[in-house]
Design a protein around this ligand. Structure first.
Ligand code: NAD
Length: 476
């Protein structure tokens, strides 16, 4: 069932490509959140009463429909984000893979059998749902973000209230339609639209919510953690990053340049895993810089399949980035390429930022320590491995990291010592595949990992069950 906000209010979603209105979305507030939470609560007994295999079958049906309508879904994602249709299709395929993996978990929702010190005592653990899951997501990869949360929450037997990102309302809405059409029982997944303070905060505060899973900025994550802490609510936080990519003197420089471009600029740098701190050994700095700048200048910026990156999601995001770059320049930063909004006729009305490389910044500058969430990377020159590792770890964040080297000792030492949830050798800084855990250290998260089987730990409780028997009674 689709319904307007109790207040009748709506919000206007703008196209990041043209700056013009794309659609109106419901602007929910606390009263609407209560209705959604109640709806999820009402559906809980029946949904959690199904076997995990039965739940998995329904999730498979949703996934099948998502596959059937992936072009339509990708078109919506592309329209809402400004990314190319091909990029949106790639993201939709990742969402489908997530659905397939989590549906399969219905047949593997294992507990454990354990030993006991006591004779004739049998011990095991089972997984149980938590209740109503409150899911809050960012807009950067909208359908992947929906899938990352909804599928694991539901397979574990929870019902859910998903607070869509205000910058990608239609993606969540369309997913909801597909889920409904696939036969997901009413009330199991409730999608609410609206702003963070008006719709997200009441969801976190609602006493009927039993777990919150949040993907978004560290600042908001901190607020959510404070509220959740007050009422001892389980909360999984997947937050921001300021990810280092290290280029050693023995790196394959072509490969390193290629991965730096992809890591820094794909999806217009709006990836929590984006490489925004490029740390380069002195011996290869000049050569690497020349290649990187040359290739960055060739990148095509626009919404089409032939383009390398699109716009950022909204004007606030663009202005925030430009402000930080301006302040960095006051402090001596050197713009190596880019640094400004695109002003050509085709791009001037959209939220387009030129792919930007910046040098001559200090590790403790605002621009080095603040996540920009745009196509902007800073370059740092270091003497060698010790300095590179120290600088990589000199950050409030700890999400992903990458090193480019042919030296097995450096690669291993780096992956072991770097403070990041994901470490990569000779590749980009990236998220995880659907069956692998992803999450960050330090201010990039609060220790949980999603997706992979690790996500099941977020969305379920483990219960220990002990059975004492009297073997003699078996023969009575
Ligand atoms: P944001 O924190 O502003 O918003 C994220 C979501 O939270 C939105 O749906 C928003 O409406 C909601 N929200 C805002 N204020 C809230 C509040 N007080 N209470 C409850 N909900 C609230 O983030 P953003 O700018 O939309 O997204 C970008 C951020 O997301 C970046 O920091 C990025 O690194 C992070 N991110 C992290 C991951 C990850 O897996 N670690 C993945 C994608 C994005």
């Amino acid at each position: 069932m689709e319904c307007p906000a109790t207040s009748g209010k709506t919000l206007t979603k703008l196209s990041p490509d043209s700056g013009k209105p794309l659609c109106e979305a419901v602007r929910s507030e606390a009263e609407d959140i209560s209705i959604a939470v109640q709806s999820a609560g009402n559906a809980l007994a029946e949904w959690s009463g199904l076997t995990p295999v039965q739940r998995g079958d329904i999730l498979y049906d949703i996934t099948r429909l998502l596959r059937e309508y992936r072009n339509e879904m990708a078109a919506i994602v592309a329209m809402e984000t400004g990314m190319s249709v091909n990029a949106a299709l790639g993201e939709t395929n990742a969402a489908i893979a997530q659905g397939e993996f989590m549906a399969g978990e219905g047949r593997r929702l294992y507990g454990r059998t354990l030993t006991s010190a006591v004779p004739d005592k049998y011990a095991m653990t089972i997984r149980q749902p938590l209740g109503v899951a409150g899911l809050i997501i960012a807009a950067n990869t909208p359908i992947a973000n929906v899938a990352w949360k909804v599928f694991p929450a539901l397979i574990c037997g929870n019902t859910a209230v998903l607070k869509a990102a205000e910058d990608s309302p239609a993606t969540a809405w369309y997913f909801g339609r597909l889920a409904h059409e696939a036969g997901l029982p009413p009330g199991v997944l409730n999608i609410i639209q609206g702003y963070g303070r008006e719709a997200g905060a009441p969801l976190v505060e609602h006493p009927g919510v039993n777990v919150i899973s949040f993907t978004g900025s560290t600042a908001v994550g901190r607020q959510i953690a404070a509220v959740a802490g007050e009422r001892l609510l389980k909360v999984s936080l997947e937050l921001g990053g300021k990810n280092p990519l290290v280029v050693c003197d023995d790196a394959d420089l072509d490969n390193a340049v290629n991965w730096t471009l992809l890591s820094a600029f794909s999806n217009a740098g709006q990836r929590c895993a984006a490489a925004s701190r490029i740390i380069i050994f002195d011996a290869v700095y000049d050569e690497f810089l020349e290649q990187l700048v040359k290739h960055t200048r060739k990148l095509k910026v626009g919404p089409d399949n032939g383009d390398d990156l699109g716009p950022v999601i909204n004007k606030r995001q663009l202005d925030n980035m430009l402000g930080i770059i301006k302040r960095a320049k006051w402090h001596g930063a050197v713009i190596l390429t880019g640094g400004q909004r695109l002003t050509s006729v085709a791009r001037a009305n959209g939220f387009y930022m030129a792919p930007t490389l910046i040098g001559n910044v200090r590790p403790d500058d605002e621009i080095s320590t603040t996540e920009l969430f745009g196509p902007v990377a800073c370059l740092y020159r270091v003497k060698g491995f010790t300095d590179a590792l120290r600088l990589a770890n000199d950050s409030p964040y700890g999400l992903t990291a990458s090193i480019h080297t042919r030296n097995i000792h450096r690669a291993t030492e780096f992956t072991r010592k770097v403070q990041a949830g994901v470490a990569v050798v000779n590749g980009g800084t990236h998220g995880s595949e659907p069956h692998m855990p992803f999450g960050g250290m330090k201010q990039s998260g609060n220790g949980w990992r999603e997706p992979g089987t690790e996500a099941l730990d977020v969305y379920s409780d483990v219960k220990g069950i002990y059975t004492n028997i009297s073997p003699d009674d078996a023969y009575a």
